[in-house]
Design a binder for this molecule. Structure first.
Ligand SMILES: CC(=O)SCCNC(=O)CCNC(=O)[C@H](O)C(C)(C)COP(=O)(O)OP(=O)(O)OC[C@H]1O[C@@H](n2cnc3c(N)ncnc32)[C@H](O)[C@@H]1OP(=O)(O)O
Ligand SMILES: O=C([O-])CC(=O)C(=O)O
Length: 377
């Protein structure tokens, strides 16, 4: 018989690295072939040929919409964009020196609190709630960015598509189609990535039979960290710090000597490059050329060349997205909230999938603290 003393030490999978915890039909990441598919479609093809609304529909319903389905879906999305008066007043009361991720997290909590169907777990109800969050998040992110600039919010424009409407709410005008397309590509690339940390957080919360807003709130918290979604902001802070392409090498030298992580590089799953980077890099080139500003691209190339030469570690999606968003005119603090606007689609698809095939997520731990001891008198 095995006693406590003779029991073999269990294998620890630190960070759950390499552990397959469940199946999913939403997306497939294949690092060996550098491929990523959403419901079977290559993400590069979706980014090139489909709108972000179509991608959202695909992630939620499993198929691309027919023209009729898209029309109906678009109508519903456009009708759900407004933040109500109470929501506006919650936003206005959040300190404007907090991180903008605190604002989106709080506003999602508020949406849950005001939804009488918050705890209805059916797929149909959750699809409605997902669409509401998808539609209203751009209004929240744009209004928050503008108030930090001392500007009034711009109401959603129901005649505009998702990307154009968001850009208009941020900047008061619709930018050149090159910028709109580059932005929309980033949204498609950011939409979904299997069991990443934030999606997993959402699935853990869902597995306890909690509600969709609580799961999304947890996911937002996980995405904020700089090892995950927060890296897109960190990349831009680093690039501003580097300032000139010719300074990139010395900057990297200091980072690597200090054994600091270089933001925007490396990935838990991709060890030979992130499948999404070539598409987003192309978008960064287009945006740079459009504005005639090649400095960030210069820093990008120097840093990538040097990092790969010295460590073999390649960029992830946050590396091209950071400077692309900066060039588009977004404040750095809004970069990760924009990631939330995209990933709300993937998160909610996973929440619905987890609900349909639920098992409480509760792994084991190996205790390595004090042996049992008596309290004494
Ligand atoms: C959308 C996204 O979430 S994409 C990821 C965004 N995050 C970042 O860009 C943050 C920077 N990158 C990282 O911190 C890591 O690459 C992670 C967290 C993304 C993945 O990490 P893991 O798979 O856990 O790899 P881990 O951190 O164990 O790294 C393995 C080795 O590579 C090194 N390494 C990995 N990434 C980096 C990096 N960005 N800079 C410097 N060294 C790195 C580690 O120091 C470690 O070296 P060691 O074995 O000598 O200790
Ligand atoms: O998959 C991951 O671990 C992180 C990532 O790239 C994403 O969430 O897009």
């Amino acid at each position: 018989m095995t006693t406590a003393e003779t029991k073999p030490t269990p294998t620890i999978y630190k960070g759950l690295a390499g552990v397959v915890v469940d199946t999913t039909a939403i997306s497939k990441v294949v690092p060996e072939t550098n491929s990523l598919t959403y419901r079977g479609y290559a993400v590069q093809d979706l980014a090139a040929h489909r709108s972000f609304e179509e991608v959202a529909y695909l992630l939620w319903y499993g198929e691309l919409p027919t023209p009729g389905q898209l029309q109906l879906f678009t109508q519903r999305e456009r009708a759900s964009r407004r933040l109500d008066r109470n929501g506006e007043s919650v936003l206005a009361r959040i300190p404007d020196n907090c991180h903008p991720m605190d604002v989106v997290r709080t506003l999602i909590s508020y949406l849950g609190a005001e939804d009488p169907d918050e705890d209805v777990p059916s797929a149909e109800a959750n699809l409605d709630k997902a669409l509401r969050m998808f539609a209203v998040l751009p209004t929240i992110v744009a209004a928050d960015m503008r108030r930090r600039r001392g500007l009034d919010p711009i109401k959603p424009h129901h005649g505009l598509g998702y990307a154009e409407n968001f850009l208009n709410m941020c900047f008061g005008e619709i930018p050149d189609p090159v910028i709109v397309k580059a932005f929309e590509k980033s949204m498609t690339l950011y939409a979904e990535h299997s069991f990443n940390a934030s999606t997993f957080a959402a699935r853990v919360v869902t597995s306890t039979q909690s509600d969709i807003y609580s799961a999304v709130t947890a996911a937002i918290g996980a995405l904020k960290g700089s090892l995950h979604g927060g890296a897109n902001e960190a990349v831009m802070h680093d690039m501003i710090d580097i300032d000139r392409p010719e300074r990139a090498r010395d900057w990297l030298d200091a980072k690597l000597t200090a054994k600091d992580k270089v933001m925007g590089f490396g990935h838990r799953v991709y060890k030979n490059g992130d499948s999404r980077v070539p598409t987003m890099y192309e978008a960064l080139v287009e945006v740079s050329e459009h504005f005639g500003e090649r400095k960030w691209l210069g820093i990008y190339r120097e840093l990538e060349d040097e990092m790969v030469k010295r460590t073999g570690i390649k960029p992830n999606l946050d590396f091209p997205t950071g400077p692309a968003y900066h060039l588009m005119g977004f404040d750095i603090g809004s970069f990760t909230p924009i990631f939330v606007m995209a990933r709300i689609t993937g998160w909610t698809a996973h929440i619905i999938e987890q609900t349909a095939h639920n098992a409480l997520i509760r792994p084991l731990s190996a205790y390595d603290g004090q042996p049992q001891r008596a309290l004494g008198a």
